[in-house]
Ligand binder design. Structure first.
Ligand SMILES: Nc1ncnc2c1ncn2[C@@H]1O[C@H](COP(=O)(O)OP(=O)(O)OP(=O)(O)O)[C@@H](O)[C@H]1O
Length: 265
């Protein structure tokens, strides 16, 4: 059974009646990785926010359907959403520092997620948080460090630890590696690939960077101005793009080395 399925989803800004997303469909099985690429403002993040049940105020799903682990999300109450967020679907975004409180240690913040989401007592939550940090390859010392003491890559790992605390089935990584340098970016992608392999985590990877998608995704959606202009298996879309816009995106990437990630087919 799919863990996340979008069927012809259209999202409207009710303030001006503008449709921000016009017909997105994909199905994600356990362990699957779907990529969404496209220029800034094309609707990638809004699509993810719909799947997470956190659309901005005045945005609504105008038509189509989203199924999350067998639940039609249109039928969910806010309380049911709160239950599913974190434990079924979770997310990490760009700029990890902004999601952490600078005056609390990283460990205490991960432990708090564990306490709330898994209902563990303080001491057990602390131990579990240390295990989670270790699963994202962060040593015990990180537990007592403050956000400003960690690098961007370490902060993103901490947030991944918090995001996977309640063993979600789907993780959305929305430009999660964009702000990181290339080596750290590769380490974080490796980590996500490991989690997928060991836990069957399914991923939605949003990136403006085709190299990230080429390395990592099974299927890719190319979005422009709210529409999916092309969609299919990564090898097909990246080697044999049919749409002019996809060809343009690839041409831009080739100038800085996409071919390194593409194995000729
Ligand atoms: N909170 C908001 N209020 C009003 N409009 C918004 C809001 N968030 C996004 N939008 C609009 O929705 C459209 C799609 O934005 P979205 O953030 O999904 O794009 P994106 O493809 O993720 O771009 P980026 O790569 O820059 O993150 C844009 O026109 C944007 O201005």
């Amino acid at each position: 059974m799919s863990v996340l399925a979008l069927d012809a989803v259209r999202i409207r800004n009710d303030v001006d009646g503008r449709e921000i997303v016009r017909g997105v469909s994909f199905t994600l099985e356990p362990g699957g990785v779907v990529g969404i690429v496209g220029e800034s403002g094309s609707g990638k993040t809004i699509t993810c926010r719909a799947a997470l049940g956190i659309l901005p105020e005045h945005f609504t799903i105008a038509s189509g359907r989203i199924d999350l682990d067998g639940h039609d999300v249109a039928t969910l109450t806010p309380k049911q959403w709160t239950g599913l967020r974190g434990s079924t679907i979770s997310a990490v975004f760009q700029d990890p520092a902004s999601y952490l409180n600078p005056s609390l240690t990283v460990g205490s913040q991960v432990a708090e997620v564990v306490r709330v989401k898994l209902g563990l007592r303080r001491k057990a939550a602390r131990l579990h948080a240390i295990e989670l940090l270790s699963s994202v390859r962060l040593g015990k010392a990180v537990f007592d460090q403050y956000p400003h003491e960690l690098s961007g890559g370490m902060l993103q790992r901490s947030l991944i630890a918090a995001a996977i605390a309640a063993e979600p089935k789907v993780l959305i990584a929305d430009e999660a590696t964009t702000a990181l340098d290339v080596t750290v970016q590769a380490e974080i992608l490796d980590l996500l690939a490991d989690l997928r392999d060991t836990t069957g985590l399914a991923l939605v990877v949003v990136s403006h960077d085709l190299a990230v998608v080429a390395q990592f995704c099974d299927e890719v959606l190319v979005m422009r101005e709210g529409e999916v202009v092309e969609q299919g298996p990564v090898e097909k879309i990246l080697y044999h793009p049919e749409h002019e816009y996809t060809q343009l995106l690839i041409a831009e990437h080739e100038s800085y080395g996409l071919e390194r990630y593409l194995v000729p087919s």
